[in-house]
Design a protein around this ligand. Structure first.
Ligand code: SF4
Length: 367
């Protein structure tokens, strides 16, 4: 059993459902051992409920109680990795056309949503050559969307951007770049992402940090990583002052994926959400792949928030995957926008919450 002043005061705070001694969350020098202890301790539902209560109050204090809408357009770039990541079924070997992407952005803006992620597959910039990965492609796409609609744009094309690409996207007003490590353990990364590059993903985080570009990252929970790996991953990301958004994916063996395995339960993911909230109170903590709207209630109770995905564009399969209740809006021969706002609004409404359209102004990080 680990005994430290931090753990003692945290245990007392959780027992009393009091706020943490440090109003901004855990102190900056909290150790890996303390965090690991906290995470493991939260496996006990009685402890977790007190922890979630503190985490949710920190979220309310720093981010407020209004979820806000975002939307995603996928397959904006082809995945050119030789061997695909073994859990991935959402890759596309062919990018959607700029025309369809702009049409999807228009349809999403027509729903009132003011914030958009453009995501796609990877083309690794080649070291030592003037190869620019997807810099040019993303600059052209962002410019085309900017000319058509007034929305905030984020970009997620894996480790496919160079430093000058990040700089150019920042100049175009892109509000964040994603670099998802998924799993920080090098052996697991190599096993599940054989042609991908962990170091290129870390390098992109560093480019963003140095260019003062806001960062969004993702962590895949349930791939086989240990509790220690998860805590190390959180601590690693915490060093990036530009990190504004962390999304947690819940491992799901999608049909047809080579990785196999079993679906991660929601419990480790929401416990990690609560620990991340205590560590970084002002971080937007979101739900990514493998979660669905049924996970929203537990996520919110554990201190998750505040971005929610209200719509997504399916660029390669007009039938889409958005689920029965989503309203399908055709915008091209192979492009459909799925409006999931009615279902999510209903779920949020049952929690007494109302999602808003305006993305929040960026909050200074307190971790
Ligand atoms: S980089 Fe991996 S996860 Fe991303 S689209 Fe390509 S195969 Fe899928």
């Amino acid at each position: 059993m680990i005994a430290s002043t931090l753990i003692d005061s945290l245990e007392s705070a959780v027992a009393a459902r009091a706020m943490l001694p440090a109003e901004g969350g855990l102190p900056g020098d909290c150790s890996k051992a303390d965090l690991l202890h906290l995470y493991r301790r939260s496996a006990d539902p009685a402890f977790a409920s007190g922890l979630f209560d503190i985490a949710a109050r920190l979220r309310d204090r720093h981010l407020g109680r209004n979820p806000w809408w975002s939307a995603g357009i996928s397959a904006v770039t082809a995945c050119e990795l030789e061997e695909l990541c073994t859990y991935c079924t959402f890759f596309s070997r062919k990018a959607a056309s700029a025309e369809n992407i702009v049409a999807a952005a228009r349809a999403i803006a027509g729903l009132g949503i003011r914030h958009l992620h453009l995501s796609g597959g990877t083309r690794l910039p080649v070291d030592g050559e003037p190869a620019d990965g997807y810099d040019r492609r993303m600059i052209e796409l962002v410019t085309a969307i900017r000319e058509a609609v007034d929305v905030e744009i984020e970009v997620n094309v894996g480790p496919s951007l160079t430093r000058s690409g990040v700089r150019a996207l920042k100049d175009l007003g892109v509000s964040a770049v994603t670099s998802s490590l998924e799993v920080l353990d090098a052996e697991l990364f190599a096993r599940f992402k054989p042609s991908d590059s962990l170091s290129a993903r870390i390098r992109l985080l560093e480019f963003c940090e140095e260019e003062r570009m806001p960062i969004r990252s993702m962590m895949l929970v349930g791939l086989g990583e240990t509790d220690e790996n998860r805590i190390e991953h959180l601590l690693f990301l915490r060093r990036f002052s530009m990190l504004g958004h962390l999304r947690l994916s819940r491992y799901m063996p999608f049909p047809g994926a080579a990785a196999g395995g079993v679906r991660c339960s929601p419990w480790p993911l929401v416990r990690l959400t609560a620990v991340a909230r205590l560590l970084c109170p002002t971080l937007d903590l979101g739900l990514a792949a493998g979660n669905d709207p049924d996970d929203l209630a537990l996520w919110w109770l554990a201190g998750g928030g505040n971005q929610v995905l209200g719509a997504s564009a399916s660029m390669k399969d007009p039938r889409g995957k958005a689920g029965g209740e989503a309203r399908a809006i055709p915008v091209g021969e192979r492009t459909v926008v799925h409006d999931n706002m009615p279902r999510i609004s209903r779920y949020l409404g049952e929690l007494g919450l109302t999602a808003v359209f305006a993305p929040p102004r960026s909050t200074p990080r307190t971790c």
